[in-house]
Design a protein around this ligand. Structure first.
Ligand code: GUN
Length: 291
């Protein structure tokens, strides 16, 4: 069993990006600049956004964090986006999700200039991704492709089973892996809450991508020997024995499934750390595209 180490791989990618930033600076070119908007005071969201800003500093990017109160109106948020859209200093920006209930998420995502949409959530960029045209691939699917590539996990001709049909993971993952691309050319089955005979399907999988948000859902009796497992789930479970008061659990019963796996991602330390590295990669791309 080989652990797909997202912590180490993301550190490698950040080092590569830092070298590219140094080159840009030496050439007198612009330094990549990422902005993030966060609305409200959700603890997990603040942690994620702070980690994104910290990662910018680490690789030598500039960053701007815009914190707005939880009662910010949709109109005010749209105004902030309009300002970032025309700000020449900003290469890319994100609006951290989820947003408070009174704000229409889709409307907000559609207001972002697709050329600055480093999350890859704008319909224009989702459409380009689906057509296999150059675009920003959103961070989680992009990170999974990168992990599979760097660990040389063969996907061509393999049967990939994707669990979950979310817009940010399951759906793009199933599209990308079926495409004619370096990490792709797979036969993909997408499963979701209405799927019947799920176990029958997962038992046929060479590669399983679990992205449903149900802790330890995938058990050893649902996978065949030599499977590759990518666990996207990350649920906080209360745990009084931890200083933080919680522990992080994936969608996979790791200990038992790992025994049957050739490759598997841990939680935490698998897909999670990759997402920030890929956001940085998209920001670098946005900056390079501009020049
Ligand atoms: N919330 C959880 N994941 C993400 C992400 O990748 N981007 C944004 N903007 N919000 C998120």
């Amino acid at each position: 069993m080989i652990l797909l180490d997202g912590k180490k791989t993301s550190a490698d990618i950040k080092e590569e990006i830092a070298l590219e930033v140094r080159d840009l600076k030496n050439k007198g070119a612009d330094t990549p600049h990422l902005a993030a908007i966060i609305v409200g005071d959700d603890g997990a969201s603040i942690t994620y956004v702070n980690a994104k800003v910290k990662a910018c500093e680490l690789v030598g990017f500039e960053s701007t964090l815009i914190r707005l109160p939880k009662d910010t109106t949709e109109e005010d948020l749209l105004n902030e986006i309009a300002i970032l859209n025309i700000d020449k200093d900003i290469d890319g920006f994100i609006v951290q999700l989820p947003l408070p209930k009174h704000i229409d998420e889709q409307k907000i995502l559609m207001a972002i200039d697709p050329d600055k949409d480093v999350d890859g959530f704008h319909p224009t960029n989702v459409g380009k991704m689906a057509l296999n045209l150059p675009t920003f691939i959103s961070a989680t699917p992009f990170g999974i492709l990168e992990l599979l590539e760097r660990y040389k996990v063969e996907t061509s001709g393999k049967h990939v089973v994707v669990l979950g049909r979310s817009h940010i993971v399951g759906s793009p993952m199933s599209i990308l892996l079926s495409q004619k691309r370096k990490v792709g050319n797979a036969t993909v089955t997408m499963c979701h809450s209405r799927t019947k005979n799920l176990k029958e399907i997962t038992l046929q999988a060479d590669i399983i991508i679990a992205a449903i948000g149900i802790p330890e859902f995938l058990k050893a009796d649902m996978v065949k020997d030599h499977v590759t497992v990518i666990d996207v789930g990350i649920t906080r479970l209360e745990d009084a024995s931890k200083k933080s008061g919680f522990r992080l659990v994936g969608d996979v019963a790791f200990d038992e499934v790992a025994k049957k796996s050739d490759f598997i991602t841990p939680v935490p330390g698998g897909v999670g750390p990759m997402t920030i590295a890929m956001l940085l990669k998209n920001t670098l791309l946005a900056c390079q595209r501009k020049s």
